[in-house]
Design a protein around this ligand. Structure first.
Ligand SMILES: Cc1cc2nc3c(=O)[nH]c(=O)nc-3n(C[C@H](O)[C@H](O)[C@H](O)COP(=O)(O)OP(=O)(O)OC[C@H]3O[C@@H](n4cnc5c(N)ncnc54)[C@H](O)[C@@H]3O)c2cc1C
Length: 335
């Protein structure tokens, strides 16, 4: 798409079962900053069936406008229905920028919509800004195995599209009672053209959700095996946290992929990230370096992880972790 645009910065609001994924709010925060630099406005695009109750939350997190498409064919996520609806809205209202979450759903949707709109898409960006001279969107992401950061532009086509992983950007302030304009968009959809029917649904509670954890106890190759990870699970439970892992620990089969943190795993932003037996390779750091407080335990005083740690403990985790567990249990009166 190359025509004149509206100077609107759009965020695709991801909802499933009428619950908005928090990454959508994180993206509204970024969209606000970009819109200010473009002297434009921020809008959320909400697709679903009978989801208008969700608009107040979208305004509370900073949207000036919300575009809604409500249709029975959008009652649950199906690629063709959602891609067509988002494409139709973008074609009609011509946003300058369209941001989507790099969640499994967002990734699936983003590629299809970019193809329909005949524009570019930069996946998994870690920084977004506006070029002061050209007003183009500067989309930065790791490239060549995470060894360099590449800044990508989309100068000839609109909208400029990017997907962003959860927890890359901070959650903006929520302002209760904030309102804005609601635009209801009609899109024709039929079951025949969607062509897919859902026959089962596995609720999210059954999957590991480390992205939203406030405390993460993460283990690496230095943990040495499944028995070591059992200790990390014990500690994380005491701290009401989750267990994370480096890719080498996952590849060794000590813990499942859902726990992997890093460039090819999840991005996390907990209040406390305890890195145990993790060297701190750039691809691991890419997924956790925005944590509020990083504490590391490593036997090697020269380990790279210490360079980004707020607190570093040089020592053997086999001595430190059991001692920590005992101390916390004692403090909590558990034994
Ligand atoms: C394209 C690409 C994508 C990648 N994506 C990811 C990714 O998403 N996530 C990721 O993590 N990696 C990723 N990697 C791999 C990454 O480069 C590193 O190989 C990996 O992060 C290292 O894992 P580690 O720190 O557990 O292991 P190591 O580098 O082997 O470090 C183990 C650490 O444990 C310490 N240690 C050993 N024994 C003890 C002990 N008893 N007590 C305390 N400390 C101890 C050692 O001193 C060492 O520092 C990727 C690589 C590539 C090329």
């Amino acid at each position: 798409m190359t025509a004149e645009t509206s100077k609107e910065v759009w965020v695709y609001i991801e909802q499933e079962e009428k619950a908005i994924h928090p990454v959508s709010f994180e993206l509204l925060g970024v969209a606000k900053r970009l819109a200010q630099d473009l002297e434009g406005i921020t809008a959320g695009v909400l697709l679903g069936h009978e989801v208008s109750d969700l608009t107040s939350e979208i305004f509370a997190y900073g949207a000036d406008k919300v575009y809604i498409v409500s249709h029975p064919a959008l009652a649950y996520y199906r690629h063709r229905a959602y891609a067509k609806a988002l494409y139709e809205v973008a074609k009609r209202y011509k946003p300058e920028i369209l941001l989507l979450p790099a969640t499994p759903l967002g990734r699936d949707l983003a590629g299809g919509v970019a193809t329909l709109l005949e524009t570019g898409l930069t996946a998994d960006v870690t920084e977004l800004s506006i070029d002061k001279a050209t007003k183009n969107l500067l989309m930065t992401r790791p490239a060549y195995g995470g060894n360099i950061m590449a800044t990508i532009i989309c100068p000839d086509h609109r909208p400029q599209m990017a997907s962003v992983r959860p927890r890359i950007f901070p959650m903006p302030e929520r302002k209760e009672g904030r309102t804005g304009e609601i635009i209801t968009v009609e899109v024709e959809l039929s079951e025949e053209e969607v062509g897919v029917e859902r026959i089962g649904f596995i609720p999210k509670e059954k999957t590991v959700k480390i992205e939203l954890a406030e405390v993460i106890v993460a283990g690496g190759k230095g943990i040495g095996g499944k028995e070591g990870f059992a200790k990390l699970f014990e500690l994380s439970k005491l701290l009401n946290g989750e267990v994370g892992a480096s890719r080498l620990a996952v590849e060794a089969g000590w813990i499942s992929y859902e726990h992997q943190v890093g460039q090819t795993g999840k991005t996390v932003r907990p209040k406390v990230y305890l890195a145990v037996g993790i060297s701190g390779a750039i691809q691991h750091r890419a997924g956790m370096q925005n944590s509020d407080c990083i504490i590391s335990i490593n036997i090697d005083p020269k380990a790279d992880i210490f360079k980004i740690s707020d607190l570093g403990i040089v020592g053997d985790w086999k001595k430190i972790i059991p001692a920590l567990i005992e101390r916390i249990k004692k403090e909590k009166g558990l034994g």
